[in-house]
Write a protein that binds this ligand. Structure first.
Ligand SMILES: Nc1ncnc2c1ncn2[C@@H]1O[C@H](COP(=O)(O)OP(=O)(O)OP(=O)(O)O)[C@@H](O)[C@H]1O
Ligand SMILES: [Mg+2]
Length: 305
């Protein structure tokens, strides 16, 4: 799909990246050394600075420190593309137009996207199983469909470095694998370099070459998933006891329950339905409420209860 090849310029180096809001540092001195074609998983509890770090790399938030490509030059507008955690979905905009916004960085001043741009967008939509959604308003999609469309927008930019902020948080298990496999395929075939913030530690371990664990904005561990996913370290950083297991060759992180779960001993019976001709329904407390008279759509003065 893309023309990237493993190239030193696709590597990414960052030194002492820091971001502060109102005097409070939320990214506290992060270094990155990404080889071209590497996948780095960014993990850490809520508020540990994952999104802010990703956003700072593309200057969506002010930062200090340096960020450069592998050849030592500063990244340009087409070098890094980001899939944000909470994107703005413009009202009324069809999916294909939204995805085409990902080509904006490639367009010159006031120029329109070309047939080639549209072909790239259509191809990405097809590869993500979204072709049939192309004409739908982006706001009309389900949460998981919309998340895949936002990923599509990041992919059509065809940048050598892809920053993904929780790309699968709204996806069912099948679509999680489909999306991550596609990104992995692009990484292997085209030398795409990936930084992906993820809360599913098992999934992060499955795809990442290395994991970077953040705690209150600071890096506390960097290494292979085997090195970083360690019971004592994770339990301390996540403030909850966890156990790391190996299942079918994959790492699985299981939180320990605070108290043993006690299932309901006997199923609670459902309340019987109201008698169709009674005109009343049981509220469960002995009282009854009149049922609405009409079963069709509610008119302006009718209440369907
Ligand atoms: N624009 C902002 N103004 C003030 N504080 C901010 C701003 N953006 C982020 N923060 C704070 O910075 C900290 C890091 O936030 P960030 O969104 O990077 O965390 P995160 O690791 O991505 O969390 P999550 O897992 O919940 O997505 C949080 O305490 C957050 O409240
Ligand atoms: Mg975040």
């Amino acid at each position: 799909m893309t023309t990237h090849r493993l190239h030193p310029a696709h590597a990414l180096r960052a030194r002492d990246v820091r971001v502060a809001f109102a005097g409070t540092e939320v990214v506290a001195g992060v270094d990155l050394d990404l080889r071209a074609g590497e996948w780095l998983g960014l993990i850490g509890p809520n508020g540990s600075g994952k999104s802010t770090l990703l956003r700072s790399l593309v200057r969506l938030v002010p930062r200090t420190g340096t960020v450069e490509r592998g050849d030592g030059t500063p990244p340009g507008p087409t070098d890094l593309s980001i899939m944000p955690q909470s994107p703005e979905l413009p009202p009324g905009m069809p999916v294909v137009e939204y995805v085409l916004l990902g080509r904006t960085a490639h367009l010159s001043w006031l120029s329109m996207e070309s047939r080639a741009d549209r072909r790239i967008a259509t191809d990405v939509l097809r590869r993500l199983g979204l072709a049939s959604f192309a004409g739908r308003p982006v706001r009309s999609l389900s949460g998981g469909e919309a998340q895949r469309v936002v990923i599509a927008r990041a992919l059509v930019q065809q940048s050598p470095v892809l920053l993904l902020d929780e790309p699968t948080s709204a996806l069912d298990v099948g679509h999680q694998v489909e999306v991550l496999e596609l990104v992995d395929e692009l990484r292997r075939e085209d030398g795409l370099t990936v930084v992906a913030a993820m809360h599913d530690l098992g999934m992060a371990a499955r795809y990442a070459d290395r994991l970077l664990l953040l705690e209150r904005g600071a890096p506390v561990a960097l290494g292979t998933p085997d090195d970083v996913l360690e019971d004592t370290l994770l339990s301390r950083v996540y403030h909850h006891p966890v156990r790391v297991h190996r299942l079918d060759g994959h790492l699985v992180v299981l939180p320990q329950a605070r108290a043993p779960h006690t299932p309901v001993s006997a199923p609670v019976p459902l309340a019987p339905p109201p008698h169709p001709r009674s005109g009343h329904r049981d509220l469960g407390d002995g009282s009854q409420k009149p049922m609405s008279r009409k079963l069709g759509p509610a008119g302006p003065h009718e209440e369907v209860s």
